[in-house]
Ligand binder design. Structure first.
Ligand code: AP5
Length: 237
């Protein structure tokens, strides 16, 4: 079932000789830049970029039973129940294409998800994850979220303030139409940030205690964040 969840890479990977060989998790509040950086890192290493948000949106678009359950929850800016997310994740990372590593953005998002993920990696014979924490003042992410636009075709991420397209409303890569995510409306941003603070932020301490957490200043420009993420990943490998 799972191929459908992956967006086609818009550029070929860099030299595939450099293998990732582990799970990298991007942890941080909505709008911190996790998706932007996850696409780039996955492309560099030629491994899958997995996003539970994208998987859920794909289920909504296809009208699957999971999508029907998730839709009203996501529209309110709340987290989808662990039981639904974990089943979806298990199916995905058991796919053979994850065996050389993968980049996860938006998962795990609760301590229960992190515990399950750790067990699942062990059972699959993978190393425990390297976790990159995107640290940023919540005030800064509001402008990023409300300005975000995504390509309907390839999923490329833009921003009307920070990263505009050459032609308004059209993707630079494939000319696809840009759209705003329903949960990027200003009134949904506050509940999303509250859900992060209540349910996801405790993972920072959880992974720090395990010695797996590496901080990145996510308020820096995109290129600087990419440089720092690569430094961490290369330093650990
Ligand atoms: P999800 O899709 O995961 O969204 P999110 O975590 O809220 O994160 P975002 O996608 O909003 O932000 P991002 O950090 O990826 O930022 P981006 O790179 O796009 O989740 C959506 C919903 O699905 C959740 O609310 C929940 O309901 C459900 N869900 C998903 N996973 C779940 C789970 N595990 N458990 C339960 N429920 C789950 O960048 C944002 C903008 O900023 C862009 O416009 C970009 O161009 C710009 N930008 C990026 N970096 C920079 C930079 N350095 N400087 C300036 N601008 C930048």
């Amino acid at each position: 079932m799972d191929k459908v969840f992956d967006k086609a890479p818009d550029k070929p990977p860099d030299k595939p000789a450099d293998k990732l060989n582990r799970a990298v998790v991007f942890l941080g509040p909505p709008g911190a830049g996790k998706g932007t950086q996850a696409k780039e890192l996955a492309r560099k290493y030629g491994v899958p970029h997995l996003s539970t948000g994208d998987m859920l949106r794909e289920n909504i678009a296809q009208g699957t039973p999971l999508g029907l359950q998730a839709k009203p929850i996501m529209a309110r800016g709340e987290l989808v129940p662990d039981s639904l997310v974990l089943k979806m994740v298990k199916q995905r990372i058991e796919n053979a294409d994850c065996s050389f590593g993968f980049v996860f953005d938006g998962f795990p998002r609760t301590v229960a998800q992190a515990q399950y993920f750790g067990e699942l990696l062990k059972r699959c014979g993978y190393k425990q994850p390297l976790v990159v924490h995107f640290a940023i003042d919540p005030v800064l992410v509001i402008k990023r979220i409300t300005g975000r636009r995504m390509c309907k075709v390839g999923g490329e991420i833009y921003n009307i303030f920070e990263r505009p397209t050459r032609v308004a409303g059209r993707c630079d890569n494939d000319g696809g139409e840009l759209e705003q995510r329903p949960d990027d409306r200003e009134e949904i941003v506050a509940p999303r940030l509250a859900a992060y603070a209540r349910q996801t932020a405790p993972l920072v301490a959880y992974y720090r205690r395990l010695g797996r957490l590496h901080d990145v200043d996510a308020a820096q420009p995109v290129e600087e964040v990419t440089r720092r993420v690569l430094e961490i990943v290369r330093g650990i490998k």
